[in-house]
Design a binder for this molecule. Sequence first.
Ligand code: 6R9
Length: 661
Amino acid sequence: MPMRQRRKSRSASPSASTSVDALLSEERSFPPPKTFQARAHLSNGEIYKQAEKNYQAFWARQAQELVWSKPWKKVLQWNPPFAKWFVGGKLNACVNCVDRHIETPLRNKAALIWEGEPGDHRTLTYFDLYREVNKLANGLKSLGIKKGDRVAIYLPLVPEAVISMLACARIGAVHSVVFGGFSAEALRERINDASAKLLITADGGFRRGAIVQLKNAADNAVAGCPSIQNVVIVRRTNNEINMHPVRDHWYHDLVKNQSGHCKAEAMDVEDMLFILYTSGSTGKPKGIMHTTGGYLTGVNYTTKYVFDLKPDDVFWCTADVGWVTGHSYLVYGPLSNAATCVMYEGSPDWPERNRFWKIIEKYGVTIFYTAPTAIRQFMKWGTQWPDGCELSTLRLLGSVGEPINPEAWIWYHKYIGRGKCPIVDTWWQTETGSILISPLPGVTSLKPGSATKPLPGIEAKVLNESGKEIKVGGGYLALTRPWPSMLRGIYGDPQRYKSTYWNRWGGKYYFTGDGAKKDEDGYYWLLGRVDDIMLVAGHNISTMEVESALVDHPSVAESAVVGITDEIKGQAIAAFVTLKEGNKPGPEAEEDLKQHVVTKIGAIARPKKVIFSNDLPKTRSGKIMRRLLRDIAEGRALGDVTTLADSSVVAALKVKYEEET
Ligand code: 6R9
C-alpha cells in the first residue's frame, strides 16, 4: 500500500467539525435562474428518479447516444473490482467525435477555435478536423503504427494535439499524452512504462513570450527509451532543432502526401483508448487505463447535461490536454457532442492579465470551465481586469480540480458570471474518467463550496472506516457501484489497482482518497485528500476549511494549510499565505489572520504559525503540494519535486521558513 494511504488511515475519519457547520449556516442557496432553467435540457429532477429505477438501463440509454458499428449484448459484467460495460459492442471514438458530424450540416461548423499565445489563430471546422485526422492516421500507419500500439504525445496546446489523439483513436493505437510542461525525465519514465513505439512532439511551445524547448527535452527523454522507433515533430516555434536522420520526421512532411481518408478500426468496446499518468504526491506515476465505449458514454453524457450544451454554445475548457480534464472536456466530451471548443495555448497573464477575458470577449464564449487555483489567481490580480471586458455572452461557469472555497465561488459568480451564470462545481478524478458529483445547472440549487450531489446514474456514499454509511456528517468518499467511465486498471500493475482503490472496504467499494461531508440536504462537501485532514487536540479539521477561512480575509489571495507535529496537541496548524497585491506581511497581519480563523472556525483551528510567501508550491495542474509544505514545516529534507510547476518556489520557501522560525 502506498505511503500516503498508510498515513491517511492512521487518522480517524474526518468528522463534522465546527467550521463546516459554520460555513453551512452562513451559506446562501442559489436556485437556477429562471431564464436559464427555461432553456435548459433538464429543468426538474425526473432524471434522478429514472436513473435510480434501473441504473443499468439508464446507462444503456446514454450509450445509445453514440454510434456503434456493432450493438452490445450485455450492459454490465461486474467482477469486482473489474468491470466491463456494453459487452460485445464495437465502436470507434474518432468516428463518434468527427465522422458522424460530417455527414450532417455540422460538417461546416467550427470544431476548434484555437488561439496561440503570440495571438495567431486557427479555426478548424468538423470537416477540417476530419481531413487532418485522416491524413495523420495514414501517416502513423506508414510508420508502422498498428492497433494496440502505444503512442506518446508531448505537445504544446496546439490543434495537432487534438488531431494526434483522434488519429490514434481512429487506427486503434493507444495514446499517452504527457503534459508539455513536464521534464525530460518525467517524459522518459512515462514512455518506458507504456513501451510507446512512437512520440509526437514539437520544436517548441510558447509560454509567457518565451520558447519552451520541447524537442530538446524530447531528445533527452528518448535517448533512454529503447521502445521508441520514430519521432514526429510539429513545427510550431521555428527554433532550430536537431533532427535525427532516421528516427525523426517533420509532421508536415509526414502528412503532405497522405490520403484524406483512412478507415477507422472497429474497436471492441473494452479496447483501450488511452493511458494517462497521474502522479499523486508519492510513488511512481500510475498509468490509468480508459477504454473506448464506457469512457465515451461517460464524457458524452456529462458534457451534454452538466454543461447544458447546446448547438450554438462556444465552450471553453481551459485545461491542457495533458490532464484528464483536457481529455474529457476539451476533446472527447465536447467533440462527440459536436460542440465548438475554444483552445488557448498560453498563459493567462500574457501579454496582460486580462488575456482570458479578452478571449471570452473575442469569441463570444458561452460556457467557461476552469480551476479554483486560476480563480484565486484572478482574485489576486483584481477585478479591474475582467471589468474592462465584454463577458455578457457567458451563461454557465464551471470549476474543477480542487474544492472551491466559498469566497472564490462568490467572486467567480459576481465578477465573471456577473451574477447571472450558474456555477457547476464538478468533482471527479483521472480515475473516474468523467464528472461524477456536480449540479445539473437547470435543476440544482447551488451552495457555494459544495459540488452538490452525485449525477444521475452515479452512487457515491460517505463511509466511515468500517464501511458504514454516514448519512449526515463527515467521512471517506466512496463510489459504491460501477460506472461506465471508470478506470479499467493501472497499466501493467493490476495489484496496485486493487490495493490503491479497492482495499479499504474488502474490495466492495471504490475508495476515492477524498474526505467528504454530507449535510442535511444530502449535499456533498468535498474536504480534500484524506491525508490533508489534521488531527488537532483530537479534533478533525480539514486543511481546506482553514484555507477557506483564511481566503475569506480581504487581504488573502491564497493559502495552504498543513498539520505539523505538536507535543501538546498532536498536531498544530501551519498556514502558508499569499497576500493580495498591496497588502503588507508582518506580525500584525499574522495576528490579524490568526484571529480571523478563530472568528470563522473557532479557537481550535487557530494557526500556530503563519508564513507569508509570494508563491506556493503547486503541481503543474495547479494543485498545492501539501506534502512538501509539511516537509518544510517539520524541517525535513525535501522529497521528490519533479512534478512541481516551479521547483525554486519550495527551496525559497524552505530558506524563508527556517529564517523566520
Ligand atoms: C478532474 C481532476 C482528482 C482529485 C480529486 C479531488 C480533487 C477535483 C474537485 C476536487 C473538490 C472538486 N478534485 N475536482 N475536489 N471539488 N470539484 O482534477 O482529476 O487531477 O485526477 O485529481 O482532485 O481531490 O480526488 P485529478
